[in-house]
Design a protein around this ligand. Sequence first.
Ligand code: SAM
Length: 243
Amino acid sequence: MPRFFIDEKPKGEEIIITGEDAHHITKVLRMKIGEELVICDCQGNDYNCEIESLQKDAVCCKIIEITESVGEAKADVTLFMALPKGDKMDFIVQKAVELGAKKIVPYIAKRSVSRPDEKSMRKKCDRWRKIAKEAAMQSGRGIIPEVCNVLTHKDAVKQASEYQFALFLYENEQETGIKSVLSQKEISSAALMIGPEGGFDDSEVKLAIDANMQSVSLGKRILRCETAPLVALSIVMYESGNI
Ligand code: SAM
């Protein structure tokens, strides 16, 4: 069933959808009066609704039933992703949303080849936010995960180090596997920091460790920068009982 998002709890028995979502309902999905859709308030509630009236830029929906949003992971997981080359970030954002990440924070690493100027960075972030919304609709999420503005590595480390599990996925980590860290205690929040195609620079490794991030390995094989976030997210979601 089609899924849409509003950013506050509805006040009465009806929800009015406007803007591009109304256009999507009327012109793309060509939905009719009486048909049903799900509206999420991004606060843990799904509203099963029936379309009562349709205008080009306003669709009035009657709430039939309120249920808990089951598509949200109990753990608050944020992906800190170094800007990769080309359009890999489109794929990474889409999969991170499907896998349950609550937030995606792009950052510029020393070895990030892609260094767009401010204007194209804004365009990229807008595109990633659109991808995140579409993936949230498709995968049955209860929220649209936030795609943040691009940070420096230093600011990304500062934010990531605040999490209960602040994991620095380091390709040269020889001692500590991700499982041994995650199995220590219940996971309520986790930051996963992934490097670019060229990996992490020594100064970035030092900065992360000095900020008390935990360097962990995903095994002996070197994963591509678009594979590693999916593996790390899947492991955290599995270990936290959300897969
Ligand atoms: N240039 C590096 C090399 O050849 O050793 C590979 C970097 S890898 C393509 C991109 C990112 O994926 C890494 O910076 C790391 O965050 C993550 N990654 C890939 N394989 C990993 C592994 N086995 N353990 C931990 N992280 C890994």
